[in-house]
Design a protein around this ligand. Structure first.
Ligand SMILES: N[C@@H](CCC(=O)N[C@@H](CS)C(=O)NCC(=O)O)C(=O)O
Length: 214
């Protein structure tokens, strides 16, 4: 058994971010697959969400706090830029992803397809269509931020901000509109290629519905 346990559903983008932080850092962990709102999570996370990290007696929730802890508690290459401006830009993007990207891209696009709430059990276009439009706008902002750099806060390796962004981009890409959404954005395509080649990304790929049924 590894020293670190990550509690959460492997399909969750936030859980994937926490796992990617461990993988990028080279820190062994066990994934305890539990649902948000479950009894296990209720005992560990006062807001009932995932992921949660346990390291010995230490229990921690909130994805960014988990990533920062994994980065600072263990040796290995860093998940935060060395320079003060780089760290500030990383914080800026962590905040932007949590406050703007997640709600629009995951809650209002991806989850609308996964748990359709429209008429006749169909995805609710009144929610999805404006969210797709907003996603396009936000992807353009991210694409501009990646001009001339591989990672959003600079440097030669992904920071915590990139680890938050990548699982969201993955799910957005899976949507029926995914290819079209990303088509205009060359920097997102280039950086997506770098990210999808990393073992931290390939090793945490969520089970897709067709694979679960198998
Ligand atoms: N601020 C939290 C957000 C965590 C979060 O929203 N996790 C989702 C899964 S991706 C969840 O638990 N959703 C279930 C729910 O909202 O009830 C973090 O950074 O960890």
């Amino acid at each position: 058994m590894a020293d670190i346990i990550i509690y959460g559903d492997p399909r969750s983008s936030y859980v994937r971010t926490a796992r990617m932080a461990c993988e990028e850092k080279g820190v062994a962990y066990d994934l305890e697959p539990v649902a948000p709102g479950s009894e296990t999570i209720g005992a560990l996370h006062p807001f009932g969400k995932i992921p949660v990290l346990r390291h010995g007696d230490f229990v921690l929730y909130e994805t960014t706090a988990i990533c920062r802890y994994v980065d600072e508690a263990f040796d290995g290459s860093t998940l935060q830029p060395a320079d003060v401006e780089g760290r500030a830009v990383m914080e800026q993007w962590i905040s932007a992803v949590n406050d703007y990207f997640y709600g629009v891209m995951i809650r209002d696009c991806v989850l609308q397809y996964v748990f359709p709430r429209g008429e006749d059990g169909q995805p609710d276009r009144a929610v999805i269509d404006p969210a797709l439009e907003k996603s396009r706008e936000y992807l353009a902002i991210l694409d501009r931020a990646l001009e001339g750099r591989d990672w959003v806060a600079g440097g030669d390796r992904p920071s915590i901000a990139d680890l938050l962004i990548a699982p969201i981009m993955f799910y957005l890409h899976q949507l029926p509109e995914g290819s079209g959404l990303f088509a205009p954005f060359a920097n997102l395509g280039r950086v997506g290629g770098l990210m999808t080649a990393r073992p931290s990304f390939t090793g945490t790929k969520p089970p897709m519905p067709s694979e679960e049924a198998a």
